[in-house]
Design a binder for this molecule. Sequence first.
Ligand SMILES: [Zn+2]
Length: 152
Amino acid sequence: MRRRKEKRPRHDDVAPLVAAASRARLNAYAPYSRFRVGAAVRTHDGAVYTGANIENASYPLSHCAERVAIHKAVSDGHRRLDTVAIVADGKGPAMPCGACRQVMAEFGVRRVIAATPAGRRRVRTLRHLLAEPFLAERLPGRRGNANPRGRA
Ligand SMILES: [Zn+2]
């Protein structure tokens, strides 16, 4: 029996998104960690936004690539996001941090692809990565959140 090293969808519909994240990684501002990360987010209607990690000498002010890309999309008016691709330095795919997972949940991200520059990939649903997100519907007086599809 032949073993496949990586799990990939039959139709590789995320390749352009991964390529965009890989290009974005080259714009990372990571003079402290030297850990460059690029991200690309595809909105529900097919637009693509990219981001790179941006560090600061005051470390807590640094931003993850995923949130840079998501916030660019949201600040352009998009509220429904679908897929996020992440390409980070290193031998293995780097999964998004907890804060980024929560931001992804706010805007309905369904799928996350973490990849390396060499092409290794991990594909996960956000539901798998963040089983029980905190959503606006839990706030008093709120019935929904920015994600009209909901996640329940
Ligand atoms: Zn993060």
